[in-house]
Design a protein around this ligand. Sequence first.
Ligand code: F6P
Length: 364
Amino acid sequence: MKRVLVLTGGGDCPGLNAVIRAIVKRASQEKDWEVLGSIQAFNGVLWEPSEIVRLTPESVRGIHFRGGTILETTNKGGPFSWPVKNNDGTWTTVDRSDEMIRKLQYMGIDCVINIGGDGSQRISKKLFDKGLNIIGVPKTIDNDLSMTDSTFGFQTAVEIATESVDKLVTTAASHNRVFVLEVMGRDAGWIALNAAVAGGAEVCLLPEFPYDIEKVKEKLESRFVNDRGFAVVVISEGAKPKDGQQVFEVSKEVGYENVKLGGIGQKFIEQMKAAGFKHDMRETTLGHLQRGGVPVAYDRVLAAQFGVKAFEMVLNQEYGKMVAYRHPNIISVPLEDAVAKMNFVTMDNDLVKTAMGLGISLGI
Ligand code: F6P
């Protein structure tokens, strides 16, 4: 029997379970393959004792519409930076990648499918360079990977953000207020831009375009006549003012290498008030609500396509590659290219032109 090990790494994302199910269903059509899952990304392999589960068509039945991941996930540590506590109570990290590859050989694993975002695929690339047979499946609600037209989870996040804009519009109009909706988007503003266009926001502030508070103020004031009016601002968590900083806190969690973004919505209100904006403003942060729950049909379909393709890449021994969507096809691209460049919003993007054509201010 040949063995493929599946794992999910990084932040979770609606559609992960649909990918796992698709891999297992496709693999079950082959007589000589079995599918195993590692719990919490590579931790399941590295832990003593290891935590590896057998994935069968029965064990993945009906999970395609469940949010999260049945394999659990982590965005802390990993085989190249495994957290270890020093005698003095401080923490350091060690590289356990060679040991992990030996463990995988010992377990009789022929190939690994790593479902994850840019950080996870960087790990895939480094493991491939060390000789591991590995295939990547891209995942991120931020849609910031450049080699795939889109990633599953993104449409679900946009849907949730858009529904929130719709809800805020009615209360904003009733109270003659400005509502500021902070959405996820660390370095790429795709969720904010799509939700602003779909929800009819007046202002959309993105990490890619540092905003000019005076220009935003001018736009928002134009929405009020004799103190009556309303507006919705959609702001990415990674947005920042011209000559200003992102709002974040450095995480103290062991092995967590990300900074925690969040709070720019409230900061933006303070900046508007300091700039002399008089109308009532309120802020809502969506946070992880955008990452949980049921994936929309589009994301389930994409996830199913990615899962089936990933297993077919296993059969074709297309190691060192990542599944990608290039309309209308599902293709494979080298991991090296997949992690080389991120997908950011640029001024020449057609959706930016659409937003500007609709009169949405980007604060620039
Ligand atoms: O990368 C996806 C993402 O949801 C970002 O938009 C966000 O900044 C980050 O993950 C949050 O990560 P965590 O779950 O560790 O707070």
